[in-house]
Design a protein around this ligand. Structure first.
Ligand code: BGC
Length: 807
């Protein structure tokens, strides 16, 4: 449907200036997000040495995960292409050609399966989501593939996405038989192996590393977006120096993660998920319980070396400032370093984790010999714990240790901070839905106390936080009945297609109602997915006579149309929308670079403007609770402080352009994909607040996002979209969140899903993408008094305010 601004797409297929600019940024971000995990003198490679390039992702490099987080960009650069263009001789062309055939066949078999399965489900998306494509095995590597090669680069790739968690099987969390056999073969041949991990999360490497000696280097490239191949070549060849750090702990064994066997589908119970590990998520667990990970949180190597010196600490009213000096002490490479500040809290009133991340900063590019002084602030709330008993955030009286370094395990005790009186920073609402959950780890936890070292000791006096007053009512002059359509998305004539219900801009996820346009002149807002860029349909056709867009259905909108044979309509006009596939959320986070995150946000906003998108359905900042979560790639980290601060930076970037807003998601505890719409998360209030909400809180308070997307799952018995605790008490009353809260897509569709009218009652303003039953449920509730006029005006008022800001 044409709008006042004409079509969002362009009939000109040539590369736009924006695409060209964003290619450069996507490459820069990928380079900064690739983590060097091991390097025994083999990297960087010289362009002059021939290499054997092997493994599923060598030529089929995975740019990102699947589902709504996918981006339908123009072109992906494979590692093969990146290396070839850099002038590297590849000795394994025959292996790669053979792989191409296997890949094509596997894709076709997979496509047939999806099309067949789709016939038997209500929503074809479910057939797709439950069958993520598994990259086929290559042929066994042979001596001829590595003849004359100086090193072998072996790429392990994995695909995952929404709707399904990763499997604890060979070929997914573990190496496939072929991958293991190939790596043993290469090991025997004594060729140095560089392992590239091209997956949305960890792959267990302990066995292969313990049983080989020639895996000389490991790079976690994760899923680095459309410029993957160039970025990998930049790093492998030393044109750029790695500077990324892990944002998630890589366990030696899956079983080392707390309550690993109970996660998602593994214990056979998909109805309830008990967060028994409490606050001991990721490094908080490994560090507190003295467990050694394979690769720790915050860890990443460089081609150069840095000296990191603590220079002092100061206090001001509500924060500490830690001064650090970083010097590049190498003599060859310029590089960047990430300085991390952790704090150990007093263990007196209640026990706490041993240490937590409370501050970080990345240096500029430092030339050999060059130094930079960083001033890193630590806000007082990073030193607080949540008291369930008192309903308060408290900075407890006692001794705090300040640790500094460049990973969660290489830390020096730098300073002692003394707090002389316990201070309650803020009172919180009393929640309606809580759970009695036994957090068993507390029983065996022997907390290590911080021994004060008086060489750098300061006194800090925390101050209660001022509360931001949230405006609960916005003036709405319209008849209450007329406002109802605002509370659910535009009801499409066709069945709503998950992730592609938008009409005005093809391939967008949805829109707010158009129902108030004629009478009140109120336009709708257009929403498009992320987080790795803007998700639109790359190509669409328009019937010239009626100026309507030809629909392509749910399957047509996936994988750039691979699943559906393109049907050319005679005489139709062809339109194109090329967006940039930036690296996935985890790669972006691995940069630990807030400035880069903000620039990324600005770039996203430019594409939003170009395609008339008002709300971006990103960033995603759910916590990496377990390595098997199918959507971890979209999210930042296992640490809430890191996640929240990075999300705030992206938010500022996007929202610095008028008319562009973000939607931080999925609020809250969407930490598994199997039965994501029905799982009831049982969690203590302290864990909920300290781990799973804290990132959202930081993002809301610092970034002021336009919108929040509630999650599908239940939290302590109530669907997030129906939870007054989450939407109204916490987000609005406590945090002062002033924007719109929308549901995740089709949350009201399952029989035991969210109840439509209860969304509005809870303060979840819009149900997306909206359907006739939602409309009916809301209308009925209004008529019978379940939903008050005030509740309707509150939700509608917030939506109208957002429309006036963005449309
Ligand atoms: C996802 C959301 C996404 C929405 C719209 C849902 O399936 O969970 O993250 O924004 O679809 O595409």
């Amino acid at each position: 449907m044409k709008d006042v601004w004409g079509h969002s797409g362009s009939m000109d297929q040539s590369l736009s200036e924006l695409e060209i600019r964003h290619r450069t940024l996507a490459r820069e971000a990928a380079v900064e997000g690739i983590v060097l995990l091991k390097n025994e003198g083999v990297l960087p490679l010289s362009t002059a040495s021939a290499i054997a390039l092997l493994g599923s992702g060598a030529e089929k490099t995975i740019k990102g995960g699947i589902g709504s987080g996918d981006v339908n960009n123009r072109e992906n650069i494979s590692i093969y292409q990146g290396m070839k263009e850099a002038g590297v001789t590849i000795t394994s062309e025959d292996w790669l050609e053979d792989y191409e055939e296997r890949y094509k066949n596997a894709r076709n078999v997979w496509k047939e399966k999806i099309l067949e399965d789709a016939k038997h489900v209500d929503n074809p998306f479910d057939a797709y989501a439950s069958n993520p494509f598994i990259l086929p095995e290559g042929r066994a590597v042979e001596a001829k593939d590595i003849a004359d090669a100086k090193a072998a680069v072996y790429v392990l790739s994995r695909i995952s996405g929404e709707g399904k968690d990763r499997r604890r099987v060979k070929g997914d969390y573990y190496l496939s038989e072929r991958e293991a056999a190939d790596l043993f073969f290469l090991n025997e041949k004594k060729i140095p192996v560089i392992l590239l991990l091209n997956a949305g999360g960890p792959i267990e490497l302990t066995d292969i590393l313990e049983n080989t000696e020639n895996i000389k280097a490991i790079l976690n490239i994760s899923q680095p977006g459309q410029e993957s191949g160039y970025a990998v070549a930049d790093i492998l060849l030393g044109n750029c120096v790695p500077s990324a750090k892990l944002t998630t702990t890589w366990a030696r064994r899956y079983e080392d993660c707390p309550f690993a066997e109970d996660y998602s589908y593994l214990n056979g119970n998909l109805d309830t998920e008990e967060y028994k590990e409490g606050i001991f998520v990721g490094y908080r667990y490994f560090d507190s319980f003295g467990k050694k990970p394979l690769f720790p949180f915050g860890f990443g190597l460089s081609y150069t070396e840095f000296k990191i010196e603590f220079k002092g600490i100061e206090t001001s009213e509500k924060e500490l400032t830690v001064e650090m000096k970083v010097t590049n002490i190498g003599d060859t490479y310029a590089g960047k370093e990430v300085v991390q500040i952790y704090a150990s809290l007093p263990q007196t009133e209640v026990k706490k984790e041993y240490r937590r991340l409370v501050g970080y900063a990345k240096t500029k590019l430092l030339q050999p010999g060059e130094a930079e002084t960083l001033k890193i602030t630590v806000g007082q709330k990073e030193l607080a714990y949540f008291s369930e008993e008192k309903h308060q955030w408290i900075v407890e009286k006692g001794t705090y240790g300040i640790w500094t370094g460049n990973s969660s395990v290489s830390l020096e005790y730098s300073s002692t901070v003394k707090v002389e009186q316990s201070v309650s920073l803020e009172d919180t609402c009393v929640l309606e839905n809580t759970a009695e959950i036994e957090e068993e780890l507390w029983k065996t936890y022997e907390c290590r106390k911080t021994t004060a070292d008086n060489s750098h000791c300061i006194v800090f006096t925390p101050h209660p936080e001022e509360k931001k007053i949230y405006r609960s009512a916005y003036a709405t002059e319209q008849m209450a009945e007329d406002l109802l359509p605002l509370l659910y998305g535009n009801i499409a004539e066709t069945t709503s297609t998950l992730g592609a219900a938008g009409i005005r801009v093809p391939g967008t996820a949805g829109e707010t109602t158009e129902g108030l346009l004629d009478k009140y002149g109120i336009p709708s807002l257009i929403m498009a997915d992320g987080p790795a860029g803007i998700r639109l349909q790359q190509h669409y056709e328009v019937d010239r006579a009626t100026d309507t867009v030809y629909g392509i259905g749910v399957l047509g909108a996936l994988e750039n149309g691979f699943l559906v044979d393109r049907e050319e309509h005679e005489g139709a006009d062809q339109y194109y929308q090329y967006c940039t596939a930036f690296p996935v959320g985890t790669v972006m986070a691995q940069t630990w670079n807030r400035d880069l995150m903000q620039r990324f946000g600005e770039a996203v906003a430019l594409e939003m403007e170009a395609f008339h998108v008002n709300l971006w359905l990103a960033p995603g900042l759910n916590i990496h609770r377990n390595p098997l979560c199918g959507r971890n790639f979209e999210y930042y980290s296992e640490d809430p402080f890191l996640s929240g601060t990075l999300a705030a930076s992206v938010t500022k970037g996007v929202q610095c352009r008028k008319g562009c807003g973000v939607t931080i998601k999925h609020f809250a505890c969407n930490n598994q994909e199997d039965n994501r719409m029905g799982v009831d998360v049982k969690i203590s209030e302290r864990t909920l607040r300290e781990i799973y909400l804290r990132g959202f809180e930081i993002a809301v308070k610092e970034g002021q996002p336009a919108a929040i997307m509630s999650s599908y799952n239940l939290v302590n018995g109530v669907h997030a979209a129906n939870s007054k605790d989450l939407c109204t008490r916490i987000a609005r009353k406590e945090w002062g969140f002033d924007g719109v809260i929308m549901s995740d897509w089709n949350t009201t569709v399952p029989e035991d899903g969210s109840v439509a009218w209860k969304c509005a009652a809870a303060g979840n303003d819009i149900i997306m993408p909206g359907n006739a039953e939602d409309a009916e449920s809301i209308r009925k509730a209004y008529r019978n008094g379940d939903l008050t006029e005030e509740e309707i005006r509150s939700c509608a008022g917030r939506i109208l305010k957002l429309i006036s800001q963005l449309a």
